[in-house]
Design a protein around this ligand. Structure first.
Ligand SMILES: Nc1ncnc2c1ncn2[C@@H]1O[C@H](COP(=O)(O)OP(=O)(O)O)[C@@H](O)[C@H]1O
Ligand SMILES: [Mg+2]
Length: 337
């Protein structure tokens, strides 16, 4: 395995700054997730690390070596693409074995068999090895595509939204499996996605990226609990963080310059109160929990409540704040005294 270092990397396509001065260190054995919306520069960043794209500026170091001038094949990285493509005429076994059979690698057949069976079992597709790849479900096909990347034992794995084409149940299963496999192999993974749940559940560290720029890097917990800006705060948490004018709700002293209060469920204290200023508009039942939709004058507030919530629509509620987040007029976080 190996570490990756991106040093002030930029890449333009005509007028678009796809990647803009991006610096990021990924330690050996670390699972790093870049989270950002479509067009944020995620795929371009991966392609630069893989050597499929040359940066206009900056450097990529892999395993302590400057990768400049190194062909993709010499970089010892493997890429799982968003759109997986298997060889339809080959069996699952032969699809998995394919990267090991390239003439450059010259892996002996018994070793190929051993590694294919090991990876198939990790991915729980060992019983499908003789199937043609067309005789698989979507989830199984994607497992084979991931398996083809894992079987080679490269220094670095690059994964471009590999779960985005799957249904919710399979995404959940494969999230867990990818994390387990990464830990078993001690793999260094750079994984990009627009899905906050994938980032929160799999990453050792998350980098939030927008318009080619890295906005904040930290552990999932740091990024969730201690965001630097409204932008980052809004990327995490379901329901989305409530943004309210400072002073709307009773609170102690505000930090100087506070314009916006960010309140997630854990920052709100609700109490049924006939004189309360907020009104329960509706309770959205999700089974294991509820979304409680409140109205306070012109402001909407949404929080989570347990399934046995005492609140129902029409209730008047008193709303208090407990250590919420504060932001200035530019949306930057104010860490209060
Ligand atoms: N080959 C290309 N030619 C022109 N523009 C591109 C090319 N690749 C990416 N872009 C542009 O660069 C920006 C970042 O794209 P991309 O890295 O694919 O983002 P993401 O993967 O986060 O959706 C987008 O505005 C995209 O349209
Ligand atoms: Mg992309």
């Amino acid at each position: 395995m190996a570490d990756i270092s991106l040093r002030n990397v930029s890449k333009r396509f005509k007028s678009v700054a796809a990647v803009d001065g991006l610096s990021l260190e990924i330690a050996d054995g670390e699972f790093t997730v870049l989270l950002g919306p479509t067009g944020a520069g995620k795929t371009t960043t991966l392609r630069i690390v893989a050597g499929l794209e040359q940066p206009d500026q900056g450097e990529v170091w892999i395993d302590g070596r400057n990768a400049r001038g190194l062909e993709p094949a010499s970089r010892d990285v493997t890429f799982v693409f968003q759109q997986y493509s298997l060889y339809p005429h080959l069996s699952v076994f032969d699809n998995l074995a394919f990267p090991l059979r390239s003439p450059a690698r010259r892996v002996a057949e018994p070793e190929i068999k051993r590694r294919v069976e090991e990876i198939a079992s990790l991915l729980r597709i060992a019983h499908k090895l003789t199937n043609k790849s067309t005789q698989l479900s979507g989830g199984e096909m994607q497992r084979v595509a991931i398996g083809r990347a894992l079987v080679r034992r490269p220094s670095v794995y690059l994964m471009d939204e590999p779960l985005s084409s799957l249904d919710a149940k399979l995404r959940g299963d494969l999230r867990l499996e990818l994390k387990r496999i990464q830990q078993d192999l001690g793999a260094t993974i750079l994984y990009v996605t627009h899905d906050q749940i994938e980032a929160m559940t799999m990453a050792n560290r998350i980098g939030v990226i927008d318009k080619g720029r890295l906005i904040q890097v930290g552990s999932p917990r740091q990024i969730y609990e201690d965001p630097d800006s409204v932008y980052v705060a809004q990327r995490f948490g379901q329901p989305q963080i409530n943004l309210l004018p400072a002073g709307l709700l009773p609170n102690g002293a505000l930090p100087r310059g506070a314009v916006t209060v960010g309140a997630r469920t854990e920052h709100l204290e609700l109490r049924k109160d006939k004189g309360g200023r907020a009104l329960v508009e509706w309770v959205e039942h999700l089974g294991d929990q509820n979304h409680l939709h409140l109205r306070l004058g012109e402001h909407a507030i949404t929080t989570l409540t347990p399934p046995d919530t005492p609140f129902k629509s029409g209730d008047q509620v008193a709303v208090g704040l407990a250590k919420p987040l504060y932001f200035d007029a530019q949306g930057q976080r104010l860490r209060s005294a």
